[in-house]
Design a protein around this ligand. Structure first.
Ligand code: MN
Length: 429
């Protein structure tokens, strides 16, 4: 649903917002900020500044649904705001757009410089589920593990996922400690214990749950889009050697639970309205999704068309002030299942979702080498190293390596918006 808040002509009295690569006035993403010397509260990124929702809520400038939503978003976590659902969230977006647009009275007292604010996890995350909807990734990885049967027979019928670990989700910027664990060295018959030797990243979208559901009350596919409160970037750091040894028969465990990084800002479904697209087209031999996963409008516009970029900067590159090296540029279009299908499937058996729960989409890879969302795929399981501009090579991540994800919506006739970064440096023991 497009409205006045999306107009590419819209400009803000916050000068740095105009032409900002991530946070122009058409975006207005929510996060938890802590201005210097103050407590945590909700904020909205606008250019290089942040709008303080606690100050706005106390200002008397808003009324009705917008004020109610602002008061909840001003709390120390965004859970209550996320749980409100779309209507008050849209009212607040419209009010914020009016407040910040060029021509409105500038209210600099409501702003902080972003660099003066510490960022925190946007919500208390109760549960985390990681899907596997990137079909090109599933095929490529399946080929490495099972050359004769890359895709399991269930893949095109059921959105595959595992229950992840909410406790180890960290905000972008947190260091990533290389995990210890068991691995089976090539050719060995007994495992060894020690630091992971094949540390990898996984490029994923994070999907924030808004208004959840009661236990035993599934969310029908037609309403599942409204259960999603926003999106972020998610790095599902993965210990490939630990994973290969432990994953059968119950799936990922310690290979994935040591840390997951997410970007700080929740980009709302409203901000992403211009960048919706049809679900990935199914091959002629593919089964139709079952009726509980099928909704005409979700099929037509339930996908997301965002550019996704992965960059690496090794310790040596950073010391020499070299620009980060792009490892891939892909698109969130490369998902076999839509976020709404994930919600409908997750709840169809009766499982309840709560405001502030998060899903990972699964690693998003394109069909070409330039668009692969993990080192496992880029290096073909560690066989073909990546050459870096510093003269170094990588098969998997070394201590000191920094990985940065970026996402951007770009479309003819629309103001481009971005997600900010999801960043992490690997450290050893
Ligand atoms: Mn994953």
């Amino acid at each position: 649903m497009m409205d006045a808040t999306h107009s590419p002509q819209l400009r803000s009295w916050v000068a740095s917002a105009n032409g900002h690569p991530d946070f122009p006035i058409q975006n207005l993403p929510f996060g938890i900020i802590q201005p210097r010397g103050e407590t945590r509260r909700g904020g909205v990124a606008i250019g290089d500044e942040v709008l303080d929702l606690a100050r706005l809520s106390a200002s008397g400038l808003l009324a009705g649904d917008a004020q109610m939503a602002c008061a909840l978003a001003a709390q120390t976590t965004l859970n209550a705001f996320l749980g409100l659902g779309p209507k008050p969230r849209r009212a607040l977006r419209a009010a914020l757009s009016d407040l910040l647009k060029e021509g409105a009275q500038p209210r600099h007292g409501l702003l902080h410089a972003a660099k003066d604010c510490r960022l925190h996890l946007p919500a208390k995350i109760g549960d985390y589920t990681d899907f596997y909807a990137g079909i090109n990734h599933a095929e490529a990885v399946g080929k490495l593990f099972r050359p004769d049967a890359p895709l399991m027979p269930n893949y095109k019928h059921v959105p595959i996922a595992y229950h992840g670990r909410a406790s180890s989700i960290c905000l972008s910027g947190a260091q990533v400690r290389r995990p210890n664990g068991q691995r089976l060295p090539p050719g060995a018959s007994e495992p060894v214990f020690g630091p992971c030797q094949r540390l990898d990243y996984e490029l994923e979208m994070g999907i924030w749950i808004g208004d959840g559901n009661e236990l035993g009350a599934p969310v029908p596919i037609a309403k599942a889009g409204d259960a999603i409160a926003g999106f972020c970037l998610l790095n599902d750091w993965s210990a490939r050697d630990i994973q290969a040894w432990e994953y059968q028969p119950l799936g990922p465990f310690l290979a994935k639970n040591f840390q997951t990084s997410i970007s700080a800002w929740i980009v709302t479904p409203e901000a992403l309205a211009p960048f919706r697209c049809a679900v990935m087209e199914r091959g002629s031999g593919d089964p139709k999704p079952l009726p509980y996963l099928t909704d005409a409008s979700d099929q037509k516009e339930g996908g997301l068309a965002l550019q996704l970029e992965v960059l690496i900067a090794t310790e040596q590159m950073r010391a020499k002030n070299m620009a980060p090296h792009r490892l891939s540029l892909g698109s969130s279009k490369d998902l076999y299942w839509t976020p709404a299908q994930m919600v409908a499937h997750h709840t169809v058996g009766g499982c309840n979702l709560s405001p502030g729960d998060i899903f990972g989409s699964g690693t998003i890879s394109g069909k070409t080498r330039e668009a692969l969302g993990s080192l496992l795929e880029i290096t073909e399981g560690g066989k073909s190293p990546v050459q870096l501009p510093s003269g170094e090579t990588r098969t998997f991540l070394q201590d000191g390596d920094e990985i940065v994800f970026r996402a951007r919506g770009v479309k003819e006739g629309c103001a481009p918006i971005g997600f900010g970064e999801c960043r992490g440096v690997v450290v050893g023991h």
